[in-house]
Ligand binder design. Structure first.
Ligand code: 8OZ
Length: 368
């Protein structure tokens, strides 16, 4: 066993965590096809991982328009709320904590995934060189339609409604997905936001949409149960910014105005190298933030222990390791081996590669 600080309790705003190991948000594309609702299968999967100090759910669309891939779950309908209630009950029954990640994909979608086959929406009519998945194949993301200024309050209202639904579903809080080149990130960056109204131009203006979303969801939950995920130096989904350090210094300062549960940063390229481009300074962004910090991307046991011990960050979010190791916290504490990840069952499907990864105890029984 280990007495490392990584395994000690922590607070994220108003949320009490039994340890500092977080399950990162992970898209798995297994929602029910007819209504994008999670169901018993999801309750089992998340329940198996309840030893995490905190679980962040897979990104969940706040509206039909916010969807960009087949079989991702939503949090806008009664059926979806009912499905998520099964999930939160399963996690709480095992003493875990769980927040839902609220998502609008913006331009990272395709008409076949959009209501009435409409074009996806974005701050500006600029296509991303990216792909969405329509249920059969990967498809190029088309040129989106620029949102009119009159439409923006409606999307903010969808975030508010989703936050209210998350309360009804029994979550411990929410995480606002402002990372990885999706709608909020598209507003923040000057490569995807060429608007000439008060949502574009200066960094203050580009951050206005995020601020309006934060005001709405904090009003529903209280700031101490709201976290935010950013990926300042990632180019995921073809996102481009001429000066990310400046953009995200402004964003972190803005977030300091709320007293949030936590700030969650993807370190480097989402799911890829941890390198930070010339002129980027992740430590400076963490230092600028007044509250609990969470880091993610490619941590292993030792780097996680060290990062928390050295107070570089307060919490470490593990993604892929949590897919193949439901008992990751136990394995980390014991310095035990990790199960190998099956890349073929990451997105879509059923129990295989989802709820059938063994715990240490189950592997030992099987080996006897
Ligand atoms: C993998 C596949 C599809 C979406 C993200 C929500 O990158 C995602 C995502 C990841 O934030």
């Amino acid at each position: 066993m280990s007495d490392a600080k990584l395994f000690t309790p922590a607070r994220a705003g108003a949320i009490e965590l039994k340890n500092r190991v977080v399950m990162a948000p992970l898209t798995r594309n297994r929602a029910r096809a007819e209504d994008d609702a999670p169901f018993e299968l999801h309750a089992e999967y998340y329940g198996q991982r309840a030893d995490a100090g905190l679980i962040i759910t897979e990104a969940s669309q706040i509206s039909p328009q916010g969807k960009g891939y087949a079989w991702t779950p939503g949090i806008y309908s009664d059926a979806q709320i009912e499905g998520w209630k099964k999930v939160t009950d399963a996690v709480h029954d095992k003493g875990g904590r769980i927040v839902i990640q609220l998502w609008h994909v913006g331009r990272i979608s395709h008409p076949v995934l959009q209501p009435e086959g409409q074009d996806p929406v974005a701050p500006s009519a600029i296509a991303a060189n990216s792909k969405s998945f329509d249920g059969t194949q990967f498809v190029d993301t088309p040129t989106p339609r620029a949102l009119s200024v009159e439409e923006i309050p409606g999307i903010v209202a969808d975030y508010r409604k989703a936050a209210e639904n998350a309360r009804k579903a029994g979550f411990d809080g929410i995480e606002v997905h402002a990372a990885n080149g999706y709608l909020i990130d598209q507003f923040l960056r000057d490569g995807s936001n060429k608007r000439e109204d008060h949502y574009g131009g200066s960094v203050e203006n580009r951050a206005r949409f995020l601020k309006e979303v934060m005001d709405a969801v904090v009003d529903v939950w209280g700031a101490g149960r709201v976290g935010v995920r950013l990926s300042p130096f990632s180019s995921a989904n073809d996102i481009v910014d001429s000066s990310p350090q400046e953009t995200f210094s402004h964003v972190v300062n803005l977030l300091n105005g709320y007293d949030l549960a936590y700030l969650h940063l993807v370190e480097g390229q989402t799911g890829g190298p941890r390198d930070i481009p010339e002129g980027g300074d992740l430590a400076a962004l963490y230092a600028l933030f007044d509250g609990t910090t969470m880091g993610n991307n490619g941590y292993d046991r030792q780097t996680a222990i060290d990062a928390v011990h050295n107070e570089a960050i307060d919490l470490v979010a593990f993604g892929r390791p949590f897919i193949s190791n439901p008992d990751l916290v136990d394995r980390l504490a014991k310095d035990a081996e990790w199960n190998e990840l099956d890349p073929d069952t990451l997105y879509g499907g059923g129990t295989k590669g989802y709820t059938d990864y063994p715990t240490l105890g189950q592997s030992q029984v099987a080996a006897e």
